[in-house]
Design a protein around this ligand. Sequence first.
Ligand code: SAM
Length: 201
Amino acid sequence: MLTVVGMGPSGLHLMTPAAREAIDHADALAGGARHLQQFPAFGGESFTLGANIPELLGWIAARQERRVVVMASGDPLFYGIGTRLVAHFGAEHVRIIPGISAVQYLCAQAGIDMNEMWLTSSHGRRVCFDELARHHKVAMVTDGLCGPREIAAQLIARGKGYRWMVIGENLAMENEAIHWLPVSEVHNEYAMNAVVILDER
Ligand SMILES: C[S@@+](CC[C@H](N)C(=O)[O-])C[C@H]1O[C@@H](n2cnc3c(N)ncnc32)[C@H](O)[C@@H]1O
């Protein structure tokens, strides 16, 4: 049985009890290095996940009779590995345990409701900035190639420099930082982050 658990933004305390229980009962555990490090006492087989998704698919397929758990950052089905695993193995063969996404956590920390919010990602993908600029309330996960500064430049080019960007860096970690800035003043590089873009503060 394949289970994909949402790990939340960081830290065991932000995982659901269901996710913790699935890992406790796993025969084999896959996930990024930062997630595997959270379970140093795990005694079963493990697989370190990076860009090696084809290898992961083969590793899972070879363990169909085992309790395999894949750890996904945040929520597995919000721009996460869960989508790929459901597409590959079929929804009936994958149990998904949801988690708190980086975007949800940032909204909670910043006191921003998620009503009518448009959700997207620039993590390893191209964003349609014309569409993004049309929305009044946007939240997204990002990556090092297309982060707050690049997103701000695209919005400024579309006359949206007056908007506000809320940048959540290293969320739920010791060095968490949340910055509220007018889009026109977003010039810096930030560590791992999610952002919310608002028409007004
Ligand atoms: C592949 S996406 C996964 C998103 C994840 N499924 C979720 O629900 O948050 C990875 C991106 O999520 C965001 N992210 C994940 N954990 C984060 C954290 N603790 N702090 C800030 N951003 C985070 C970053 O934008 C990172 O590049």
